[in-house]
Design a binder for this molecule. Structure first.
Ligand SMILES: [Fe+2]
Length: 157
């Protein structure tokens, strides 16, 4: 049993999953900061609704940042914890100086679409490794965020 970790998953699978989850974590961190920026910088007639909505979304992203990091620890690995690493690991880019409400919402939409794609990859890898814990977490996030994508698209008309 020496090739399994504390929760009975093969070490090789756990390493691969941790690497994938660290990339996901990096994207969450960059996206979180982008949404925080939209919350601060948005201007115009939709200010009050968007300012409030962005706070709701970044608060949820921050919760998931912690959950993803702690899943990596549960798998027996270390979560990335430096912004310099996040910037180099993430496919979501930093989105600066966005003020127009619709542009902010488009940035949020794009970020969620990227997270969903990455989480489908996590889900597939976790399923192959019989890692129900990681698969369930990814599945929950995908379901929630797909609904958010629908709502963001409805907002954009
Ligand atoms: Fe605020």
């Amino acid at each position: 049993m020496s090739d399994t970790n504390a929760i009975g998953l093969h070490e090789d699978s756990a390493s691969q999953l941790a690497e994938k989850l660290n990339a996901l974590l990096a994207n969450y961190q960059i996206f979180y900061m982008n949404v925080r920026g939209y919350h601060w910088n948005v201007k115009g007639p939709q200010f009050f609704e968007l300012h409030t909505k962005f706070e709701e979304l970044y608060t949820d992203l921050l919760t998931k940042v912690d959950e993803v990091a702690e899943r990596i620890l549960t798998l027996g690995h270390q979560p990335a914890h430096a912004y310099s690493d996040y910037v180099s690991m993430a496919v979501i880019g930093e989105d600066k100086d966005v003020r127009d409400g619709e542009a902010c919402v488009r940035g949020v939409l794009k970020g969620y679409q990227t997270l969903i794609e990455l989480q489908r990859e996590v889900l597939a890898l976790a399923s192959d490794a019989d890692d129900e814990g990681t698969a369930a977490q990814a599945g929950d996030y995908i379901r929630e965020q797909e609904k958010t994508v629908w709502m963001l698209n409805a907002y954009l008309g």
